[in-house]
Design a protein around this ligand. Structure first.
Ligand SMILES: [Zn+2]
Length: 292
C-alpha cells in the first residue's frame, strides 16, 4: 500500500532586515498549510546574496517567529552552508554542456538574453557568469491558488545560475535546497510566481521531483506599493502578537470569529490549523494592508 507522503514545507527569508508585515503574512500561510496537514515546517535562511545581508537580521527573524509561536522543525538551515553542493551541481551541468559561461555585461543586455555567448568560446580567465541553456518548450504548471501558469522560457532567454560576482543565483540555489531538504510544497508570495517556470525547468534538468506550488497574495500598502525592504517596510509590530495574528488570519480570509479576539497566540494558531482553508485566497494576487 502507498503511504501518504509527509508534507514538508518551508519558510525561507533572506537576512536583509527584520520581517515586515508582508513576510509574516507569508510565514503564517506556509505554517498553517504545513501544520494543517500534520506536515513539517522548515526554516531556511536564504543568505547567499551577501552584499544585501544585514547583520542581526537572522536573530531578529528567529525571535519574531518565536514571539508569534511559529516554531519550525529541526535546525535552521543556511544556504551559505550548501555552497559545496551548488558547485558540484554546476560542475555536473558543465560536464554535460547544459550550461555555458557568459561574459556579457549588464549594460549590453536588454530584458531578454539573446544567447550571445552560447556558441562562442569564452576565455574563462575573464569574469563570467554561468547560464543554463533553455529551449522552446512551453512549461506549464498548476498553482494551488493561482491556477494554470504557462511560459516558454526562450521568451526570456537562457538564465543565470551563477552570477559574475560569483554569487549563486536565487533560481538555482532555491531549487537545489528545496531538493536537498525534501520540500514537496512551496508556499510563498505571488511576486515569485514569475520565477517558478524557470525553477521547474531546473527541477526537470536536474532530475528532481517537482514540489507543488502555492503563491499567496502579496501585501501592498495604501499607496499600492508592495511591502518590501526596498520600500523600507518597517519591522512588524510585535507589541501585541495576539492581535497581529488575528489580523493576519483575517487577511488570509480565514474569517476568525470575534470571540477569538481575546485568545492567546497558541489558541489562535490552533484555531488557524483546524480551520485553515487556503481556497478562500483562490485567484487573489494582492491585498491592501488595513491601516492600524
Ligand atoms: Zn553572454
Amino acid at each position: 500500500m502507498f503511504q501518504k507522503q509527509t508534507y514538508i514545507g518551508r519558510f525561507a527569508p533572506s537576512p536583509t532586515g527584520p520581517l515586515h508585515f508582508g513576510s509574516v503574512y507569508t510565514a503564517l500561510a506556509s505554517f498553517l498549510q504545513a501544520r494543517s496537514q500534520q506536515g513539517q515546517w522548515l526554516l531556511r535562511i536564504d543568505d547567499l546574496d551577501t552584499p544585501r545581508n544585514i547583520k542581526g537580521s537572522v536573530e531578529s527573524i528567529l525571535s519574531t517567529l518565536d514571539t508569534l509561536g511559529l516554531y519550525w522543525d529541526g535546525k535552521v538551515a543556511y544556504q551559505s552552508q550548501t555552497l559545496d553542493v551548488y558547485h558540484q551541481v554546476l560542475e555536473q551541468l558543465a560536464l554535460h554542456q547544459l550550461i555555458y559561461p557568459c561574459i556579457c555585461s549588464r549594460k549590453t543586455l536588454t530584458q531578454r538574453y539573446n544567447g550571445r555567448c552560447r556558441y562562442q568560446t569564452i576565455d574563462l580567465v575573464l569574469p563570467h557568469a554561468w547560464r543554463i541553456k533553455t529551449d522552446q518548450q512551453r512549461l506549464s504548471f498548476k498553482d494551488v491558488l493561482q491556477g494554470s501558469v504557462s511560459e516558454c522560457l526562450s521568451e526570456q532567454g537562457d538564465f543565470i545560475l551563477k552570477r559574475k560576482d560569483q554569487i549563486m543565483a536565487y533560481q538555482f540555489a532555491v531549487v537545489v535546497d528545496d531538493h536537498l531538504q525534501g520540500i514537496n510544497q512551496v508556499v510563498r508570495g505571488y511576486d515569485l510566481l514569475d520565477s517558478t517556470p524557470r525553477q521547474i525547468f531546473l527541477h526537470h534538468v536536474l532530475g528532481y521531483t517537482l514540489p507543488s506550488y502555492m503563491h499567496v497574495p502579496i501585501i501592498i500598502d495604501e499607496q499600492g506599493y508592495k511591502l518590501s525592504k526596498q520600500t523600507l517596510a518597517t519591522a512588524v509590530d510585535l507589541t501585541q502578537p495576539e492581535s497581529l495574528i488575528f489580523k493576519l488570519l483575517t487577511l488570509l480570509k480565514q474569517n476568525p470569529p470575534n470571540a477569538l479576539k481575546e485568545a492567546s497566540v497558541d489558541e489562535l494558531l490552533a484555531w488557524g490549523m483546524t480551520h485553515w482553508n487556503p481556497a478562500h485566497l483562490q485567484g487573489c494576487s494582492q491585498l491592501t494592508i488595513p491601516s492600524a
